[in-house]
Design a binder for this molecule. Structure first.
Ligand code: ADP
Length: 591
């Protein structure tokens, strides 16, 4: 019997109900005459504290509260791709169709997955087969880009008594019956999973393959790995959204879940508008065919923002379990943490740093813990990954505030955006002195095998030059430019080349937006070549000014990123030859 209680008090999104003794922590309840959806976040005696995900105005003490007996769960199955859902996984597009309004009416119950739509199911197992959690029962070509693999849910195993033949089925129709210790368990294409609990897998593996983004400063200077974690903190206007959209569009993940927890309604509307128009750069198909958007519109209360990242990552894990590399992008976790703070305050919890609840760090840790490259459940070896990349929007750009500083403790890649770089139109405005990646060594093997064994060495040399440049700039500030030796001046010149030719990248330029790893390497090689030859000449006594004047091809090298396409890299040979011959000419002038 589900619990039935009564509302005692209403405080914004927080409702306290009595008569709730039989309810459970994190149980979903229907609140008030409208049946608003809420979740129990604290139980004291027969009182339950409920976080309500819809606007509670007009709801009064005395109205009923009904338990559902189930935790907040994600509905998983074909039909998710291309959807825009809210933090409760309600399909905003279909709701708009049904209610002929873009705003969700309160209390509206629309299932996440379309119940009418038929999918073409192709079985991969037969009657009598033994199946275990994670085994693939069959497939559905959900979109042109993605084959949806229907997997045995984590709690089902046994012998298949029946398997549906190839044909058209709705998500609710049975596609198999599993004999589980004598019980007949019907299996459909839908499964449910509690959003706050990680989905199971066989084994977590160390990430080793880069999650390529095509953004040079990210891939080469601070690489992310499939199954890794990254944070992008930056003040307003520093380029968080552009960077996250580049990731969604270009990264080597097969499936992208974009969780938008915008504060201002228009921030998110822009994203929602932008996404349906984006094309998958690899196939020319709509990007939505491999993307799911979890969005909180401005008219939704803060509580729904809190759940959205869990919905996003649960959907991500489900596709991971099918054997896909998934990227879950959250924009931004600061808004999520603010929702947590708001709700904690209403619950009269003791606030910790800057009013955030004391459990903020553990919640962040739990979230990032859900990233990983795994060996999935299932009989046959299958691997999948969930990569988590989140924007953080520290007020005033102060990285010591609690959300940024705690996030930093749990992520392995840090891409800090610097407003002064953004003002100087240096995009992506990733601060190369503050950023870090713990995956550089792990992924360098991949670069070694797939691109060039020199990648790591040249990368290190570039990073060293940038660090040295910073030191030299400080010296110049203190004692003036006269104090610099010719060698030092060369460092500044090479650093300029690194920034202009490599780090700066225009996300809106058709050619420059995405650099293949091979292209990144070709540019790096030119920079390295320049560095070595110029150092040699400086050592022989040539002033840097003369080198800069003599090596005119540098201008073309800088421009090449937006001229040479990823599939015409042999054009770099020409630049390399010119560079070489210009240096040979200069060398002759050394006396
Ligand atoms: P945020 O989300 O941090 O507030 P945005 O991502 O909206 O910032 O970026 C602000 C502006 O900066 C963009 O509208 C764009 O003009 C510029 N910008 C950011 N990143 C890039 C980039 N990689 N290439 C070109 N322009 C960029």
């Amino acid at each position: 019997m589900p619990t039935k209680g009564r509302i005692l008090r209403v405080n914004g999104p927080l409702v306290v109900a009595e008569g709730m003794k039989a309810s459970q922590m994190f149980e979903v309840v229907e609140v008030g005459d409208l049946g608003l959806i809420g979740e129990i976040t604290r139980i004291e005696g027969d009182r339950a504290y409920i976080q309500v995900y819809e606007d509670t105005s007009g709801i009064k003490p005395g109205e009923p509260v009904l338990g559902t007996g189930a935790p907040l769960s994600a509905e998983l199955g074909p039909g998710l791709l291309g959807q825009i859902v809210d933090g409760l996984e309600r399909p905003l597009g279909r709701i708009a169709e049904i209610s002929e309004s873009p705003f969700i009416q309160r209390g509206v119950k629309v299932p996440s997955l379309d119940r009418q739509k038929k999918w073409h199911f192709v079985p991969k197992v037969k009657k009598g087969d033994k199946v275990y959690p994670g085994d693939i029962l069959g497939t559905v070509q959900e979109t042109q880009l993605i084959e949806h693999r229907i997997i045995v849910p984590p709690n089902v195993q046994g012998t298949l008594k029946e398997v549906a033949s190839e044909g058209e089925y709705t998500v609710e129709e049975n596609i198999g019956i599993v004999n589980m210790n004598g019980d007949e368990v019907p299996v459909s294409m839908i499964q449910k999973w509690p959003a706050r609990i990680p989905r199971p897998f066989k084994e977590k593996l160390e990430p080793s393959e880069p999650l390529l983004t095509g953004v040079r400063v990210l891939d080469t200077i601070f690489p992310l790995a499939k199954g890794g974690t990254a944070a992008i903190p930056g003040p307003f206007g520093a380029g968080k959204t552009v960077t996250l959209q580049s990731l969604a569009k270009w990264s080597s993940a097969k499936i992208v879940i974009y969780v938008g927890c915008g504060e201002r309604g228009n921030e998110l509307t822009d994203e929602l508008r932008a996404f349906p128009t984006l094309k998958d750069p690899w196939t020319g198909r709509p990007l939505l065919e491999r993307t799911i958007l979890v969005a909180n519109t401005s008219n939704m209360p803060v509580a729904a923002r809190e759940t959205s990242i869990y919905m996003g990552v649960t959907i991500g894990e489900y596709f991971r379990d099918q054997g896909y590399d998934v990227l879950v992008v959250a924009d931004s976790t600061t808004r999520w943490a603010e929702a947590l703070r708001d709700l904690g305050g209403r619950m009269e919890e003791m606030p910790a740093e800057e009013g955030f609840p004391s459990y903020l760090p553990s919640r962040l840790a739990e979230y990032y813990e859900r990233a990983g490259k795994v060996r999935t459940l299932g009989n046959l070896d299958r691997f999948g990954s969930v990569t988590l990349a989140s924007a953080v929007s520290p007020p005033g750009g102060d990285f010591t505030e609690p959300v940024t500083s705690n996030t930093l403790r749990f992520v392995k890649v840090f891409w800090p955006l610097d407003v002064s770089l953004a003002h100087a139109r240096h995009f992506p405005a990733v601060n190369w002195l503050q950023g870090f990646s713990a995956y550089t060594d792990l992924v360098s093997k991949w670069w070694d095998q797939n691109v060039n064994p020199q990648w790591k060495e040249i990368r290190e040399s570039m990073v060293k030059t940038l660090i040295r440049e910073d030191e030299l700039k400080q010296i110049v500030r203190l004692v003036g430019p006269e104090s610099l030796s010719e060698r030092d001046k060369l460092v500044l010149e090479v650093a300029r080349l690194i920034k202009e030719a490599f780090l700066k990248q225009n996300a809106f330029d058709d050619i420059d937006a995405f650099s293949s790893p091979q292209k990144q390497y070709r540019i790096m090689k030119l920079i390295d070549f320049y560095n070595k030859f110029a150092t040699n000449l400086v050592e022989k006594g040539m002033p840097v000014k003369k080198i800069s004047e003599g090596i005119t091809v540098v201008t073309d090298i800088i421009k090449s990123k937006a001229i040479i396409k990823n599939d015409e890299l042999n054009k770099y040979d020409e630049l390399e030859n010119t560079l070489k011959s210009q240096f040979e000419q200069l060398e002759k002038k050394v006396i």
